[in-house]
Design a protein around this ligand. Structure first.
Ligand SMILES: O=C(O)c1cc(=O)[nH]c(=O)n1[C@@H]1O[C@H](COP(=O)(O)O)[C@@H](O)[C@H]1O
Length: 245
């Protein structure tokens, strides 16, 4: 693998949206030559239980635990504190929970990691979900203005709360980078190679576009995991990220 491909591999996160720990472990083992991190989301966590995170970590894999915490500050802080012990590399909350909630989550995670003497997971905040388009944003969510304005406002708030980055659509990556600087993580789902189906995703871009705009990590689920040959699909996504190098 070239240095460029290895660099891109570190930025590719595969969403393990499956029901069992066995399926998740088998997919992760199969795909780890092409992906540097694996995402445990609500489907897997609620079906398989918290141990699935430890099982993946025990295999030496990096894990993004995506449970999108969103509640009052105390509840989110206590939940984040409990999740810290599972050893994930990234945890997330919803920016819509507000500044105090995000600060409380960040502090709880830092404190718990220090107590356990483990590296603190990176805490990031979800902005506007990539399945939401402009019409749904205005008509169903009752939000005025442009989606990207809200994403930007939440990205700034996330930075003010001291968190490490945001989850957003790759379409917003460039603006977030400009406003929040090179060290702020921009994690982008809503990745769709030309050969894949959009499904429920609305604000999408291709792997090459997301990377060129400055996304720190690309989250890819079904284009890889629902493909007839997931290894081949992961190889193709990585090739697109490196421009074939
Ligand atoms: O937080 C996330 O990871 C997330 C935020 C968001 O705005 N959109 C989004 O799709 N995701 C997650 O990213 C993954 C995308 O999966 P695919 O649409 O199958 O590629 C899913 O596991 C979603 O839960």
């Amino acid at each position: 693998m070239t240095a460029k491909a290895e660099e891109a591999r570190k930025r590719l996160i595969v969403a393990l949206d499956v029901d069992t720990a066995e399926q998740a472990e088998s997919l992760a083992r199969q795909l780890s030559p092409w992906a540097g991190m694996f995402k445990v989301g609500m489907q897997l966590f609620y079906s398989a239980g918290p141990d699935v995170v430890k099982r993946l970590k025990d295999q030496g894999l990096k894990v993004f635990l995506d449970l999108k915490l969103h509640d009052i500050p105390n509840t989110v802080a206590q939940a984040a504190r409990a999740l810290t012990g599972l050893g994930a590399d990234i945890l997330n909350v919803h920016a819509a929970g507000g500044l105090s909630m995000m600060r409380a989550a960040g502090q709880a995670v830092a404190e718990r990691a220090a107590q356990l003497r483990i590296p603190a997971p990176m805490v990031i905040a979800v902005t506007v979900l990539t399945s939401i388009d402009q019409t749904v944003f205005n008509r169903e969510m009752g939000q005025p203005g442009e989606v990207q304005e809200r994403v930007m406002a939440w990205a700034r708030l996330t930075q003010e709360a001291g968190l490490a980055g945001v989850v957003a659509s790759p379409r917003e990556t460039g603006l977030i980078r400009e406003a929040c600087g090179p060290d702020f993580a921009v994690v982008t789902p809503g990745i769709r190679p030309a050969w894949s189906l959009s499904g429920d995703q609305r604000r999408v871009l291709s792997p090459a576009e997301a990377l060129a705009l400055g996304s720190s990590y690309l989250v890819v689920g079904r284009p890889i995991t629902a493909a007839a040959n997931p290894e081949e699909a992961a190889r193709k996504v990585l090739a697109e990220m490196t421009g074939g190098c």
